[in-house]
Design a protein around this ligand. Structure first.
Ligand SMILES: [Fe+2]
Length: 419
C-alpha cells in the first residue's frame, strides 16, 4: 500500500477520529483561560455620526481610516462620518487602497501611514477586507513585524491601537472576530492572524450603511452569518453559554428578517436586525469555530474564486443533512427558536434544513454548485480535511469518503465524483 493510501485509510479509521476528539478536548481547556471579551456597540440608524464624538471621548484626535476606494469615492458612504470629524476638528488620514483580499502590501502601506501621520487609533470602515486589513495594521505596527510573521495562533499578545469597526455589510462578523486573513502578494497564499488582542474595541452598527447593498449581496452575506451561527451551535464543544445564546439569537433574527431585508433594502428595522445577527454570530464562532461548510467553501474560493457567501449558502444544507442524527438535537433547538415545528428532534432538524433551502430558493441562490471539476475533488478533500481536522469540533469527524459524498451532493444528482 502506498504511503498516501495508508495515510488516507488511517484518516477514516476510529483512531484518527479519537485523536481529533482528544485534541479538541485539550483545546477546550485552553478556551477557559482566554479573555474573549466582546466589542462595545453603538447601534441604530445614523449612529455613524456619533463615532467622532466617541473617538474624542476616548482621548484620540488623530485616526487612520482604513477602507476601500469604492466606499470612499464612488458610494461616498464615509461622507457623513468625515463631515462630523471635520466639525469636531479631529484629524484623520484615509487609506482606501484595501483590495478585496487584503494583502501584506496593504498592511505595510497602512502601517507606514499610521506612523508617518502620528495616528493614535484606527477606524475600519467596510466589509471583511478593510476590517482584516485594519487588524493586520494594528498588529504589525505594535509588533514591528510583517503580517507573515504574525500569521498563526497567538503571535501578537500585545495591546494594539484601538480599532473602531464600522461594518457596511451584515455577514462576516469581522467586527467582533479575532482573525485577520491576509494574502501574500507574491504567492497568493492566504493565512490568518489569530489573536484576541486584534478584536476591535468598538463596533458601530448603523443599518443605513447597508441600505444600498444589492439583493444578491444581502442574501449571501446574510446566509454567511447564518452559517456562522449554525456551525458554531452544532459544534458546541468549545462554546460557553454566552456563545450558545448568541447563536440562537442570531438564527432567530435571521429567520425573522433576512427575507424582509432582501425584499426591501431600505427596511432599516430588518437591516438593523441583520447587522445584530451578523455581530452575534461573528462573536459566537470566534470561540465556537466554524466547521465543514467553511472548510469546503474556503477551498472553492481558493480554486475557483467562488464568493464566500455564495459558497456558504449552497453548502450549508448539504453538510447539515449529511451530519444526520449527530446534529438533530442541536438543529431541533434552532428550529424551536424559529418556531419551526415537528413532533420529534429528527423532524424539527429536517424542517430547519428545509427552511434554509427554501430561503435560499426565495433569494435566487442555487441549490447546487456546478464549478467543481472531477480532477479537483481529491485536492478539495485534502484542503477541507486539513482545515477542519482536528481543530473544528464538528458533529462528526469526516473521512475522505464522507467528504466525497458531500461534494457529490453539492454538485447535484448525476455528478458523482469519479476519481
Ligand atoms: Fe463565513
Amino acid at each position: 500500500m502506498k504511503v498516501r493510501e495508508l495515510n488516507e485509510s488511517c484518516k477514516s479509521c476510529p483512531f484518527y477520529r479519537a485523536g481529533c476528539r482528544i485534541y479538541q478536548a485539550v483545546f477546550k481547556l485552553g478556551m477557559y483561560v482566554i479573555p474573549w471579551g466582546m466589542p462595545q456597540t453603538i447601534e441604530g440608524p445614523g449612529c455613524i455620526r456619533k463615532l467622532p464624538d466617541l473617538i474624542r471621548s476616548r482621548g484620540f484626535d488623530n485616526v487612520l481610516i482604513v477602507t476601500d476606494e469604492a466606499l470612499h469615492t464612488k458610494l461616498r458612504l464615509l461622507d457623513p462620518f468625515l463631515a462630523e470629524m471635520n466639525r469636531l476638528n479631529l484629524r484623520y488620514t484615509v487609506y482606501d487602497k484595501v483590495q478585496p483580499n487584503p494583502t501584506d502590501v496593504n498592511v505595510r502601506e497602512g502601517v507606514e501611514i499610521f506612523r508617518k501621520e502620528g495616528c493614535q487609533a484606527i477606524v475600519a470602515f467596510g466589509g471583511g477586507s478593510p476590517m482584516d486589513c485594519a487588524k493586520g495594521i494594528g498588529a504589525c505596527h505594535v509588533k514591528n513585524k510583517s503580517a507573515e510573521k504574525l500569521q498563526g495562533l497567538f503571535k501578537v499578545l500585545h495591546r494594539i491601537p484601538t480599532i473602531f469597526a464600522v461594518p457596511t455589510t451584515a455577514g462576516t462578523g469581522s467586527e467582533t472576530t479575532v482573525a485577520a486573513v491576509i494574502t501574500d502578494s507574491q504567492t497568493h497564499h492566504k493565512a490568518s492572524i489569530n489573536d484576541v488582542s486584534i478584536m476591535p474595541k468598538y463596533a458601530i452598527l448603523d443599518p443605513e450603511l447597508t441600505a444600498g447593498l444589492p439583493g444578491s449581496i444581502t442574501a449571501t452575506t446574510g446566509m454567511d452569518a447564518l452559517c456562522h451561527a449554525v456551525e458554531a451551535y452544532t459544534n458546541h464543544t468549545y462554546n460557553s453559554r454566552l456563545e450558545q445564546k448568541l447563536c440562537r439569537d442570531a438564527v432567530r433574527l435571521i429567520h425573522d428578517n433576512l427575507l424582509a431585508a432582501y425584499a426591501d433594502g431600505k427596511n432599516l428595522k430588518a437591516r438593523m436586525a441583520m447587522q445584530k445577527a451578523a455581530f452575534y454570530a461573528g462573536r459566537a464562532f470566534t470561540r465556537g469555530c466554524v466547521g465543514n461548510v467553511h472548510a469546503l467553501g474556503h477551498t472553492l474560493g481558493g480554486l475557483y474564486g467562488t464568493p464566500h457567501g455564495l459558497a456558504m449558502s449552497v453548502i450549508l444544507p448539504h453538510v447539515m443533512r449529511q451530519y444526520g442524527a449527530k446534529a438533530y438535537r442541536r438543529l431541533a433547538e434552532l428550529a424551536d427558536v424559529c418556531g419551526i415545528g415537528g413532533a420529534t428532534q429528527e423532524q424539527k432538524a429536517k424542517a430547519f434544513i428545509c427552511w434554509i433551502e427554501q430561503t435560499n430558493a426565495k433569494m435566487n441562490i442555487p441549490a447546487h454548485l456546478d464549478v467543481i471539476r472531477d480532477e479537483d475533488v481529491p485536492q478539495i478533500i485534502r484542503w477541507a480535511k486539513k482545515e477542519a481536522n482536528p481543530l473544528y469540533p464538528t458533529p462528526a469527524v469526516w473521512s475522505t469518503a464522507d467528504y466525497r459524498r458531500c461534494i457529490a451532493s453539492i454538485r447535484g444528482a448525476g455528478k458523482e465524483e469519479t476519481t
